[in-house]
Design a protein around this ligand. Structure first.
Ligand SMILES: NC(=O)c1ccc[n+]([C@@H]2O[C@H](COP(=O)([O-])OP(=O)(O)OC[C@H]3O[C@@H](n4cnc5c(N)ncnc54)[C@H](O)[C@@H]3O)[C@@H](O)[C@H]2O)c1
Length: 333
């Protein structure tokens, strides 16, 4: 059976997901698009051979032509749309973050638990990136001994104009908050945020350096610099007791060109994480077909938003914020 997917939000991420669903996802097809910008919606519908029905997100979720939902509209629209998908009993892949507040995420977990089945996947696609998956396996196997540090770098070429100092934590660093939990298999105990002098390249306060300690005593540090000018550059180095392991550059070749020797740097996340997006969408569809969910759960989405919120307090109050332990509910085991 083909899973008919309705897409909400046809910007950078939504268009990418739509093209991927139509070309590289097994057992699925796009059946409807909701997008507030009519020209953008019509262009994508035409490109993909769909009828433009002018549905809004909530009407799309209720529409009988939609079996499952992908949400790629802005962060502050995610929670209400995800709740509507749960109410309709339809599997939903919601782009990160799951919600912009802890309360929004808690409401989603409560609704999903009341529905009695796992319907929500959060678009933390790095959990499907082969590099991060290999780092996680190295930790599970204790291949290089017990982990001590996880050093992360998150640099974008140019931030969008809506990127604020807070969103660098809640919209960008939230990826590392999630992926370090995934790689290390541990929850956080505390968080601190410091910044050097601000770059003159952007109005938002950056770079920012986030330091998190896990309950097991691993230190995770994240440099977030989303106007780094030279390209999209995501790195991760795991330092363990008897060795280290790092994400390899994403390009399969090196080049010597115009007096330089090296790898081409990705311009943005679309190419760098293309495999991860494809694997994530395929996992979503396969899980939906079997009545289960894959990837980051609503609880994982909640934890990422909770820690990002603690980061905001740590930065504004210039202090270490302790993260209260919170058990994973049995529903999310
Ligand atoms: N997982 C990742 O790697 C990744 C990368 C970038 C962005 N994101 C997330 O994806 C989401 C979209 O980001 P983007 O970069 O594509 O933004 P974007 O601005 O390019 O696209 C968002 C689109 O949503 C539309 N929209 C706004 N409100 C809507 C509504 N209520 N219903 C339907 N459409 C609506 C806008 O018109 C716009 O076309 C964000 O939540 C962002 O955090 C995830």
């Amino acid at each position: 059976m083909t899973l008919r997917i309705g897409l909400i939000g046809a910007g950078v991420m939504g268009s990418g997901h739509a093209r991927m669903i139509q070309t590289a996802v097994h057992g699925a097809e796009l059946s409807a698009i909701a997008e507030g910008d009519a020209a953008r919606r019509q262009a994508l519908a035409q490109e993909l051979g769909l009828e433009d029905r002018g549905l809004d997100g909530f009407a799309l979720i209720r529409d009988p032509s939609v079996d499952a939902v992908v949400i790629a509209s802005p962060d502050d629209t995610h929670a209400a749309l995800t709740l509507a998908a749960i109410e309709a009993g339809k599997p939903v892949l919601c782009e990160k973050p799951l919600g912009v507040t802890e309360a929004e995420c808690r409401a989603i977990m409560a609704a999903e638990t009341a529905a009695g089945r796992r319907l929500v996947q959060v678009g933390y696609m790095r959990r499907f990136d082969p590099g991060y998956v290999a780092l996680r396996q190295a930790v599970v196997d204790r291949r290089y001994g017990a982990p001590l540090f996880f050093h992360c770098i998150h640099r974008n070429k140019v931030a969008p104009p809506w990127m604020t100092s807070d969103m660098i934590l809640t919209n960008s660093v939230v990826h590392e908050i999630d992926i370090a939990r995934f790689v290390l298999g541990e929850e956080y105990a505390g968080i601190t945020v410091v910044s050097p002098r601000a770059t003159s390249a952007a109005p938002a306060r950056q770079p920012q350096l986030v330091v998190m300690e896990t309950e097991g005593g691993v230190v995770v540090d994240v440099e977030a610099f989303v106007d780094a000018q030279y390209g999209y550059d995501v790195r991760g180095e795991l330092v363990c007791e008897s060795g280290t392991s790092s994400l390899a550059p994403s390009q399969p070749t090196t080049a010597r060109f115009q007096g330089q020797d090296g790898v081409v740097i990705d311009p943005d996340w679309i190419g760098r994480f293309a495999d991860a997006y494809r694997l994530m969408l395929n996992a979503f569809v396969a899980a939906a077909g079997e009545g289960r969910s894959a990837g980051a759960s609503a609880f994982d989405g909640y934890q990422a938003t909770r820690i990002a919120t603690a980061a905001l307090t740590a930065r504004s109050e210039r202090r270490r914020v302790a993260v209260a332990p919170e058990d994973r509910p049995a529903f999310y085991d």
